[in-house]
Design a binder for this molecule. Structure first.
Ligand SMILES: Cc1cc2nc3c(=O)[nH]c(=O)nc-3n(C[C@H](O)[C@H](O)[C@H](O)COP(=O)(O)O)c2cc1C
Length: 223
């Protein structure tokens, strides 16, 4: 399975098996995290066999069961932190899907377990991603209309259409899909978001999906 296929097959899964993540898969995830941390400056961490974060009332309220592994998205506080977590966290989500794992982004319905995380001075835990084996696949979320998330009027290149369609597959907090794309010229796209809980994280996720769907890299973005 490649990342594009993973993007189509990924849905949030909240109920997991008790099976621990295989050592080879754990090592592969840790290698990816090390690479992405080096590239982004983030301090993301994989916690395995740690059931406490999803053992309380919040997790039950969020309908989570048997979450024993998660990726903590941590980084230096600053205006770009949310978007960076979204952009790199979603790469981990899709890589995990190709490795046979299921995931769910979680911003609210978990408990912070300080002793198991390494959060340095000036850093912040933004969100976590539950990860593990499950026989559930989740379901396709309802999408906004193309024109609700694209401000471009008139003719659009195919790569742009594919990018926006890919962004519509992105997970967003409470499925809010508040991101908006606009084609500036043949080579540049502007991505912005309306306000909402975790909307900057969502924007980073949606931008990664756009890149994957359009076949463009991050030089496509303009302010
Ligand atoms: C930043 C972010 C935070 C989220 N927080 C939670 C959460 O606290 N609890 C929860 O059950 N789902 C949470 N979700 C999952 C969304 O509800 C889910 O992605 C959305 O409904 C779309 O469904 P899909 O992921 O299956 O496409 C979060 C998603 C994102 C991107």
């Amino acid at each position: 399975m490649d990342l594009l296929q993973a993007m189509h097959e990924r849905h949030s899964v909240r109920v997991y098996d008790n099976t621990p993540i295989d050592d080879v898969i754990t090592a592969a995830l840790k290698r990816l995290i090390t690479t992405f941390n080096a590239e982004s400056g983030l301090h993301m961490q994989l916690l395995t066999n740690e059931p406490k974060a999803f053992s309380g009332i919040k997790a039950r309220y969020g309908k989570f069961r048997n979450v024993r592994n998660y990726i903590a998205l941590i980084g230096r506080k600053g205006p770009d932190l949310g978007e960076l977590c979204g952009y790199y966290g979603e790469q981990l989500v899709l890589e995990a899907q190709t490795l046979g794992l299921k995931t769910c982004w979680v911003g609210g319905t978990y408990k912070k377990v300080p002793k198991v995380l390494s959060v340095d001075n000036g850093e912040k835990l933004v969100a976590v991603i539950a990860v593990g084996y499950s026989n559930e696949d989740g379901t396709q979320h309802t999408n906004r209309e193309f024109n609700e998330v694209s401000k471009t009027i008139g003719a659009m290149p195919e790569w742009y259409v594919k990018g926006v369609e890919a962004a519509l597959l992105a997970p967003t907090a409470i499925n809010q899909q508040k991101f908006v794309f606009e084609l500036i010229d043949d080579e540049k796209v502007r991505a912005t978001t309306a306000l909402g809980p975790f909307s900057t994280v969502d924007l980073g996720i949606a931008k990664y999906h756009f890149e994957l769907g359009s076949g463009k890299d991050d030089t496509i973005w303009t302010d």
